[in-house]
Design a protein around this ligand. Structure first.
Ligand code: NAP
Length: 484
């Protein structure tokens, strides 16, 4: 199988924050990969923009280093890198001042797609949008890409939406949630809506519950100060986990088109019940002999910010009434994994008698690592001795199923940037979706703040706080093991 690469139209892409961490780690190496695949036209241009006084050659040299540091080894071909770098330029610009804007205007071409990636702090989004407009750099066809976090509560998200809406239509705004760019996440839609097999069972009559786990082994690293103002609820649940929940729970959209898909996701968020305080657990990782605790990493000995959340979400609609969705995410857990598990109900009657034990079908969708899908099915244990049942996995690991082609699967950022150039908003969050997600998470966070809630400690390398296990236990269920 050879993957099909369809080149995008010619474009000028300006990356505000082009010298920052995200640009160096993800955006620029991602664009280089798209260049190597033949998807990026030879005339297309990428213009880095930041306050630093660099010239274009210094910027290219920084990008060369970034590609070598952050791309896979066999992606790095010196000739290709040099050819890619020729498509780069740089302008020294101040988002809050006058410096650099006329130069940027002078660099932009007419008649090509113009995209502006705001890879800067959200406090600068409004300033950049305004200056792009005042300097007549953006036009009605231009696109802007904004990074997370999109607000820290409903009020700030509304204010950001309002700032952007002063100068750009909703159809021009691409709010990134990179989880939506992941191959398996899109596969979730292919599995649900491309097969007749699952959809008839995809409801509370057949599904006992669903677990969504995003577990990390890393701590807050160098991002302690930023993370401590945010916590797992704002940093992970409000965006990534809720997006996964929407894709699992939404009704089939009429078409795979931006507003069809986003309308259905919005309906899910609006149907979420307020979370029962007995069904939410916050945690903070505790020190071990060799590792510091969260508070030390965050630089605040009295921090009450959570590095772990587990909660039970209920959706009040015809399809899902009574089926719990258990969400959990945390740092410094025992393994790095993102998984969605659809746990089906027991068969209505066991013809094999009580000795056969309890067996359930589980559809597990692994988002990362080892992307793939496993269906747990029940079969007879081979051999003589009567009818004993065992569970076996029907396994489709993409790397095995797709062979060499799996190597070419674009990373989430690559895919999403190409979608921006193509003008396809399907995998980006709409303003009302983001606001609805905050409207659901705000009362939870406010409740913690009002009660001065102290997160429960959990051991580094564990599955999270004991209370999260108990929460499941009380519901007569068990978390799936966190493993790679
Ligand atoms: P960063 O490393 O601090 O980089 C910030 C960039 O913005 C630098 O290039 C900086 O260059 C530029 N900048 C700062 N003030 C500016 C101004 N007034 N005018 C023009 N440029 C200015 O930040 P980052 O980690 O790349 O994050 C960028 C955005 O992505 C943030 O919204 C962040 O929340 C989001 N994000 C980051 C990650 C990640 O892994 N890093 C992941 C998800 C989302 P100068 O100082 O030279 O101006």
């Amino acid at each position: 199988m050879v993957s099909r690469v369809i080149p995008v139209d010619d474009f000028d892409l300006v990356i505000f924050g082009g010298t920052g961490d995200l640009a160096r780690r993800k955006i620029l190496p991602g664009l280089y990969r798209r260049y190597c695949s033949g998807q990026m036209p030879d005339q297309a241009r990428i213009i880095g923009a930041a306050r630093g006084d660099h010239d274009a050659d210094e910027f290219r040299s920084m990008v060369r280093d970034a590609i070598k540091e952050f791309s896979k080894k066999n992606d790095c071909d010196d000739d290709k890198i040099e050819a890619f770098l020729k498509q780069l330029d740089f302008v020294s610009i101040d988002a809050r001042g006058d410096k650099g804007w006329p130069e940027l205007k002078g660099l932009m071409r007419d008649g090509v797609v113009k995209a502006f990636y705001f890879s800067v702090a959200p406090s600068l989004f409004g300033d950049i949008a305004e200056r792009l407009h005042l300097n007549e750099i953006a036009d009605a066809q231009s696109r802007i890409v904004v990074e997370k976090p999109f607000g820290r509560d409903l009020e700030s998200a509304k204010a950001l939406n309002k700032d952007l809406a002063k100068h750009f239509e909703e159809t021009q705004i691409y709010r990134i949630d990179h989880y939506l760019g992941k191959e398996t996440v899109q596969n979730l839609m292919a599995i649900r809506f491309g097969n007749i097999l699952f959809e008839p069972l995809w409801n509370s009559q057949y599904v006992d519950h669903i677990q969504i786990t995003v577990a990390e082994t890393v701590g807050v690293g160098g991002r302690g100060e930023y993370y401590d103002k945010s916590g797992a609820m704002r940093d992970m649940v409000q965006n990534h986990l809720m997006q996964l929940l929407c894709l699992i729970a939404m009704e089939p959209p009429a078409r795979f088109e931006p507003d069809s898909v986003r309308d259905e996701k919005l309906k899910v968020i609006r149907a979420l019940e307020p979370v029962d305080p007995h069904h939410i657990v916050r945690g903070q990782y505790a020190a071990t002999e060799s590792e510091a605790d969260y508070r030390t990493d965050a630089g605040d000995p009295r921090s009450r910010t959570e590095s772990y959340v587990a909660l039970r979400a209920m959706i009040s609609n015809w399809r899902w009434a009574g089926t719990p969705f258990y969400l959990r995410t945390g740092k410094k857990l025992k393994a790095r994994t993102s998984e969605i598990a659809v746990v089906f109900k027991d068969a209505p009657h066991s013809i094999f008698g009580p000795d056969a034990g309890r067996h359930r079908n589980i559809l597990s969708i692994r988002v990362q690592p080892n992307e793939g899908i496993t269906m747990q099915v029940t079969i007879k244990e081979p051999g003589p001795g009567g009818m004993r049942l065992i569970d076996v996995p029907l396994d489709m690991t993409f790397a095995e199923a797709l062979g060499e082609e799996a190597e070419d699967i674009p990373d989430a950022y690559e895919r999403l940037i190409m979608d921006v150039i193509r003008g396809n908003q399907t995998l980006f969050m709409r303003g009302d979706e983001v606001e609805a997600a905050w409207a659901w998470t705000d009362p939870i966070i406010q409740g913690w703040e009002l009660r001065n809630d102290v997160p429960k400690p959990y051991d580094v390398g564990s599955s999270g706080p004991e209370d999260a296990l108990m929460m499941m236990h009380r519901d007569g269920r068990r978390w799936r093991e966190i493993k790679e």
